[in-house]
Design a protein around this ligand. Structure first.
Ligand SMILES: Cc1cc2nc3c(=O)[nH]c(=O)nc-3n(C[C@H](O)[C@H](O)[C@H](O)COP(=O)(O)OP(=O)(O)OC[C@H]3O[C@@H](n4cnc5c(N)ncnc54)[C@H](O)[C@@H]3O)c2cc1C
Length: 318
């Protein structure tokens, strides 16, 4: 497994749990990738990149028994927005408290807010099962693909026509446009918009951010939808607990192990070479590093081994 980010570690843990011999190679001195805790100043540990946890699938937490390896989420129960004029918006999870807080700005918004939350949670619940599903090939007549398409269609039919219409619009709208349709209070819209742009490098008026906003209603802690939380020990504990689970199943994990090349023989990946020159053979290589790095920078002589489409992408630098 190239890369000890949390996704690579999950892959390693599941493979080890299935009885495979697994070796994780992480380039940095610390595991976790973007889900990492580092000692920035001596004696002080910080979550240095991603910072809030929720979308880690409950099934993964259960399968790997992460709480027994130190994983603990402290729920984020409220948001606080101070305003330049001295007022503030303090939203708590409790519906009655949220109503009071928003009604100070607009009674209309306070009344719309629970309806908005319920609709977003409903749509998020509808899309959540597809996150762990290998998508069916829509053009295929293979019975396995057709079965999956049928199941998806059944799921779509659980939505009302209005919900389906909203769902389709959410896929392309901006968070700002969508929220303008619901609310008039800028402070409320600004706070909600932050969920639409988080981690995207987009602004609230960029198309697609309405979906990101809805995506965040998929957050789930212990079965409670729309829950977000902070991890005790920082985000690095997400990765560390997964690494502990992987080790408990027998996986071997090395840090300071920079994979310089994926070795390819007769069209098959058969090992890796580290920056130190050490070569390690494996029957299967998986990578948690991004695809560009994996296929174009690390796969030896990619031009020879990738097919025509891949080579075109390579030329275009995709
Ligand atoms: C600024 C920012 C904020 C975010 N905030 C949140 C948030 O609050 N909550 C949330 O849920 N998500 C957040 N995300 C998204 C989330 O953090 C990432 O999607 C997730 O951590 C990606 O995990 P990964 O394991 O797939 O990849 P990565 O974390 O990128 O891990 C890849 C690993 O591979 C290693 N690697 C790369 N090349 C090599 C090589 N050649 N040899 C060996 N190792 C190699 C890297 O060092 C790294 O450890 C945020 C993302 C960003 C950028």
């Amino acid at each position: 497994m190239i890369g000890g980010g949390h996704n690579g570690l999950v892959t390693a843990a599941y493979l080890a749990r299935a009885g495979k011999r697994v070796l994780v190679l992480e380039r940095r001195h610390v595991l976790g990738g973007a889900a990492v805790t580092e000692e920035v100043f001596p004696g002080f540990k910080f979550t240095v990149c991603s910072y809030v946890c929720s979308l880690l699938r409950p099934q993964v937490i259960r399968d790997l028994d992460l709480p027994s390896h130190g994983f603990e989420v402290i729920p984020q129960e409220s948001t606080f927005q101070p305003l330049p004029d001295g007022r503030y918006l303090f939203r708590r999870g409790n519906e009655a408290d949220a109503f009071q807080a928003i009604a100070k700005f607009s009674r209309r918004d306070a009344e719309a807010y629970p309806r908005f939350g319920r609709l977003m949670a409903r749509l998020a619940k509808f899309i959540a099962p597809t996150l762990t599903m290998t998508p069916p090939d829509v053009g295929s007549l293979n019975p396995a693909d057709l079965r999956k398409l049928y199941a998806l269609n059944k799921q779509v039919k659980t939505l009302t026509e209005e919900e389906l219409y909203t769902f389709a619009r959410l896929m392309t709208m901006s968070a700002a446009d969508y929220l303008d349709e619901w609310f008039e209070t800028d402070a409320l819209k600004a706070g909600l918009c932050s969920s639409g742009i988080i981690g995207t490098l987009l602004g609230p008026r960029s198309p697609g951010t309405a979906y990101v906003l809805m995506h965040h209603y998929m957050g789930e802690i212990d079965g409670a939808y729309r829950s977000w939380g902070y991890v005790r020990g920082g985000m690095g504990m997400v990765s560390e607990s997964i690494a502990r689970a992987a080790r408990s199943f027998g996986a071997d994990i090395r840090v300071n192990a920079d994979v310089r090349r994926i070795l390819v023989k007769d069209g098959r990946a058969m090992g890796v070479e580290l920056a130190t020159g050490e070569r390690i053979e494996a029957k299967v290589i998986a990578s948690g590093a991004d695809p560009k790095r994996t296929f174009l920078k690390r796969a030896a002589a990619p031009r020879r081994h990738l097919d025509r489409t891949d080579r075109r992408l390579h030329r275009e630098g995709v």
